[in-house]
Design a protein around this ligand. Structure first.
Ligand code: ADQ
Length: 487
C-alpha cells in the first residue's frame, strides 16, 4: 500500500503533530525493519515492506529525518550493524535504517522461540500452545539488551523513541536504566491477556518491569489496557489509577492508554477505485458469475480461526443445500512463521480440511472453496475485497485485525457485509458488522445466511457508518492520538 502523497500528505494529516516530528527526531524500534535488503547485481537494494505500520510511519520518519532500528529479517544480505539512508522516492526527504544483526541461534531462540512460541500464544490466551524454555528466555533477554544497546548508541534525549511490540518488551527498562534521560514510548500490537493467563508465564514479572520503563504504553483497546493494569497491581503490587490510566512508580508515572490502530483509509479507497483494480475485479466476476463471494484473508496463524471458519462454511453448505454451487469461499492466506512446528501442523490441518470440504461439495466442476496461499500485491488484495459480497473475518483472538478495516475501506459500492469475530479488537469500533463468536460454528453458518439475505439498504447503511468512522479514525489519527500529550 502506498499513500501516494508522501511527506506533504502526511504533514496535512498529522496536523499540529507534524511540527513535533519536524522539530524532534522520531526513532522507531521494531523487530523487523520496514525495508528488506536484497542482494542484486548492482549491489544491495531495499524493498519496502507492505504492513500498515510501515505505511503510516514511513512519511513521518521522512519529515522527521528519523531513524528506524531493527533486524533485516535474515534475508541473506547481512548488514552487520550498518546504517543506511533511504532516499527513495526521489525528491522526498530521507531517513535512516540501523540494522541490528542477529545470529541464526538468536533468531531461533529469541524470535521463533520466546517471541513466537511463548509470548504470542500466551498474549492471545492460547496457554496450551505456549512453550516455556529457559534457554529461549535467556536469549530473549540478551537480544532485548542488544537492541537497547543499539538505541543507546544512536539516540539522544531530544528524540522521540517509539518501541513496538512483544518481541521487545524488555527494551524500555533497559534503556531507562542506562540512560534515564531517554524516554521510550511503547505500543503493543497484540492483546494483553487477563491476570489469570499472564501469571502462568514464569517470566511475567520481568516482562511487566521491562514495559514499565516506558513513558507511555499503548494498547489497541481498553480491555487490554485494563488487563495490563490488573497484572501490574497484582504481580508487582504497584499502585495504579484505572480512571486516568496511570501506574505510579517511585519518582515517576507511566501512562497506559488504548489507541486502536487503523489503516490509511483514503489510500485503500483510492486503490479500490483505480482502473487496474476494477479490471481485475471484473475479470474475477466474469469467472465466478453471480455466485455469492465470501472472503477470508489472514496470515496463516492459529489465532486467526481459519479451521473453525472452514467448518462454518461446511455447515452452511450442509444446512442451506440450495446454496451449493451458488457460493464461492475464497481463503487467502499468507505463509507465516513456517519454521515453527505449531504453524506447520496448522497448515496441514487447513489444507486437509479444504480438500475434504471441496471433495464433499464439488458439484459440476465448481469447488466451493478457492485457496490462495501466497502474499498478494496491494492491487490483487483490494480486487478481492471489491468482489467479496461477504468478508468472513473470524479470529479466535486478534489484537485489532486490519483486514476488517481494509475490507470496509475498499467497499466503494457499499454492498458488502462484514462478519467479524467479537474477539478481534476491531469489533469494538466496527459495531455495524455482524459480530459472531467464531467457535460457535452453528451461529456463524446462520450469520452467513443472514448476510446473504440482508437487504441492500441495510448493507449500505451499515457500511456507510463503518466507513465514516474509519475515515475519521485512520492511521494518522492513531499516531496523533498516541502522541497527543507529547510536546
Ligand atoms: P497481523 O497478525 O499480521 O498483525 P492484521 O492486522 O490482520 O494481522 O494485518 C495483516 C496485514 O497483512 C494486513 O495489512 C493485510 O493487508 C496483510 N495481508 C494479509 N494477508 C495477505 C496476503 N495474502 N497478501 C498480502 N497482504 C496480506 C498484528 C496483530 C493484529 C494488528 C496488527 C497491527 O496481530 O491484531 O491488527 O498487528 O497492529
Amino acid at each position: 500500500m502506498d499513500s501516494g502523497g508522501g511527506e506533504v500528505d502526511a504533514r496535512d494529516r498529522l496536523g499540529e503533530l507534524s511540527d513535533l516530528f519536524a522539530s524532534r527526531r522520531l526513532v522507531v524500534v521494531s523487530n523487523r525493519l520496514p525495508y528488506n535488503p536484497h542482494r542484486a547485481r548492482e549491489g544491495i537494494c531495499y524493498i519496502k515492506g507492505s504492513g500498515g505500520l510501515v505505511t503510516a510511519l514511513d512519511p513521518i520518519l521522512r519529515l522527521s529525518n528519523g531513524l528506524w532500528i531493527g533486524w533485516d529479517g535474515g534475508t541473506g544480505a547481512s548488514m552487520k550493524g550498518k546504517r543506511v539512508t533511504i532516499s527513495e522516492p526521489e525528491g522526498e526527504e530521507s531517513y535512516q535504517l540501523r540494522f541490528v544483526d542477529l545470529t541464526e541461534k538468536e533468531v531461533g531462540h529469541y524470535y521463533y522461540g520466546f517471541s513466537n512460541r511463548t509470548l504470542w500464544p500466551i498474549f492471545h490466551n492460547f496457554i496450551g500452545m505456549s512453550r516455556f524454555n529457559s534457554v529461549h528466555w535467556k536469549t530473549y533477554f540478551k537480544t532485548n539488551a542488544y537492541f537497547a544497546g543499539t538505541i543507546l548508541e544512536e539516540a539522544n534525549p531530544s528524540d522521540i523513541i517509539w518501541v513496538h511490540d512483544y518481541h521487545l518488551s524488555l527494551v524500555p527498562n533497559f534503556i531507562r536504566y542506562q540512560n534515564p534521560d531517554l524516554k521510550p514510548y511503547f505500543f503493543l500490537h497484540t492483546p494483553f491477556p487477563p491476570y489469570d493467563t499472564f501469571r502462568v508465564l514464569p517470566w511475567c514479572k520481568p516482562i511487566l518491569e521491562g514495559l514499565l520503563g516506558s513513558e507511555k504504553i499503548g494498547f489497541h483497546v481498553k480491555g487490554y489496557a485494563d488487563n495490563f493494569l490488573d497484572c501490574v497491581e497484582k504481580i508487582l503490587n504497584a499502585p495504579v489509577d484505572r480512571e486516568s490510566g496511570v501506574v505510579e512508580l517511585p519518582g515517576r508515572e507511566v501512562k497506559v492508554g488504548s489507541h486502536p490502530i487503523s489503516i490509511d483509509y483514503n489510500a485503500f479507497r483510492d486503490t479500490a477505485l483505480t482502473k487496474q483494480v476494477m479490471k481485475r475485479a471484473q475479470k474475477h466476476r466474469s469467472r465466478i458469475g453471480d455466485r455469492v463471494v465470501i472472503l477470508g484473508v489472514d496470515r496463516l496463524d492459529y489465532t486467526k480461526g481459519i479451521k473453525e471458519r472452514l467448518l462454518a462454511v461446511e455447515r452452511f453448505l450442509e444446512r442451506y443445500s440450495r446454496y451449493r454451487n451458488r457460493i464461492l469461499f475464497i481463503q487467502v492466506a499468507v505463509p507465516s512463521r513456517t519454521r515453527v512446528e505449531e504453524y506447520r501442523v496448522m497448515k496441514k490441518e487447513v489444507d486437509e480440511t479444504i480438500g475434504r470440504i471441496n471433495g464433499r461439495f464439488t458439484g459440476e466442476g465448481w469447488p466451493p472453496i478457492q485457496y490462495i496461499y501466497r502474499l498478494l500485491s496491494r492491487e490483487e488484495l483490494v480486487a478481492y475485497y471489491r468482489i467479496a459480497d461477504i468478508a468472513l473475518i473470524t479470529p479466535g483472538r486478534d489484537g485489532m485485525n486490519l483486514i476488517a478495516k481494509e475490507y470496509v475501506a475498499s467497499q466503494v459500492d457499499k454492498q458488502g457485509v462484514l462478519i467479524l469475530s467479537e474477539f478481534a479488537g476491531a469489533a469494538e469500533e466496527q459495531t455495524e458488522a455482524l459480530l459472531v463468536n467464531p467457535y460457535d460454528i452453528e451461529t456463524v453458518s446462520e450469520t452467513i445466511y443472514k448476510a446473504i439475505k440482508m437487504p441492500s439498504g441495510e448493507k449500505r447503511a451499515r457500511m456507510e457508518k463503518m466507513q465514516d468512522l474509519l475515515e475519521e479514525r485512520d492511521i494518522y489519527y492513531w499516531v496523533r492520538d498516541f502522541f497527543e500529550e507529547v510536546s
